[in-house]
Design a protein around this ligand. Sequence first.
Ligand code: DLZ
Ligand code: SF4
Length: 508
Amino acid sequence: MATLRLILGDQLSPNLSSLRDLAAGDRILMAELAAEAGYANHHKKKIAFLFSAMRHFADDLRKAGHQVDYIRFDDPHNTGDFTGEVERALNRHAIDRLVVTAPGEYRLHLIFEDWKDRFPCAVDIREDDRFLSSIDAFKAWADGRKTLRMEFFYRELRRQHHILMDGDEPVGGQWNYDSENRQPPKEGLSPPPRHITPPDAITQDVLDLVERHFPDHFGRLDGFDFATTRSDAEQVLERFIDERLPLFGTYQDAMVEGEPWMYHAHIGLYLNAGLLDPMAVIQSAELAYRQGAAPLNAVEGFIRQILGWREYVRGIYWLKMPDYAEENALDAQRPLPDFYWTAETDMNCLKQVVSETRDHAYAHHIQRLMVLGNFALLAGLDPREVNAWFLGVYADAYEWVELPNVTGMTLFADGGYLASKPYAASGAYINRMSTYCKNCRYKVAQKNGEDACPFNYLYWDFLIRNQEKLRSNPRMGMPYRTLAKMDAEKINRITSDSAAFLKKMEQS
Ligand code: DLZ
Ligand code: SF4
């Protein structure tokens, strides 16, 4: 009798817990599945990336002498979901034990737990220990705290893993250097090109398959240049550390029309699929600082995203599911407007960011949070629809990371559990941090009327609509004091401009 080891599309790591104690005669199962490709409107490039990375990973396992059952998407016997494929594998081989690393999404957690009763063999679901904090450790940290703030969790992990520490003190004397970051884009800013990986024969096959089978999915497939192997992903990382990390911190929030990558690493998709290990990435960045190749504000800011934020949102996800997916604290009900799919809108910031998302299955964090997310928050878009969109369109998105970022951080739909205040902003923020406004049909300096930037009146309309829920938030004191001083006529103009804009948006 042998063990069947199931590996999911985002578990492409040789040190995966389900691959430990691999013995001669064991079978590894990987499958390209309709259910996984179809539970969200996944971007075509995301599907192509995962299928190609899965095929490369399977080839590496075979080269290392392991027996892999790899079920291709167009295999006529492919049942389309994990349960069906495990069932078929159990019928093909003499198996007495199924081993799988815990999935990254709650919907699969429920299905995998169900297997314990369903299948005749033993089912061993192992911890996913590719993270720097376990789910149990996060729960213990969260226990008894009323609100959870990333900054304190991050400091503990810095100490625990001895990252950017001088003895017991943070390097440089501060934990956080964001005061030196977040500069607006400078005139003529020209980030160095990122590393690209031309498609090999495996990727080309997958691109043809995705073109044939997923014509209606969101996004463009042409120009696919993502890494699909560990070694290529490492090259992407190396090139980022050498060329763009030094200015990453300074310009991490800046948005420049026609520059989708800026000084960002574009490694989230590799980390989240298992092609890069978080600790190795963190250590490479720290080494760059120790060798004087990158400044502390950049390195600390970059490491905080991985050691702090990424671990923290995962902890929140597993702490709060399944209820977290239903949260809608601001009772937002408006359907997602079509322009999130088509990019057809006169608001240039949204047009640019949706277009880049469509072309690359990527946008950076401020484009997501302060353009797409900010609009969704101000317009009161339904969190379920906004979550479904973010889950599909980004190559790095899985529910464990997407849901807390959208429901908690972006939409304040958890009522302030994750974020201390809503990230609501008027057009002035987008104008300061981007080059979008100068090419926009709307006037960012205008507050009301036909030509006014919609973010301007929608911002105040949001505060008016939600004052019962938000006024007592200490971090919202300033805008509510300003609102209290507004005369009735001004408030009338805000609400009527907003109503007219939103009505038109719903009708188009
Ligand atoms: C996202 C995704 C897609 C598009 N396709 C597959 C697939 O065909 N086979 C597979 O094993 N995994 C796929 N995935 C990743 C899974 O959806 C992912 O493992 C879960 O969402 C848990 O994070
Ligand atoms: Fe966006 Fe307003 Fe600027 Fe236009 S003017 S790009 S809508 S922020």
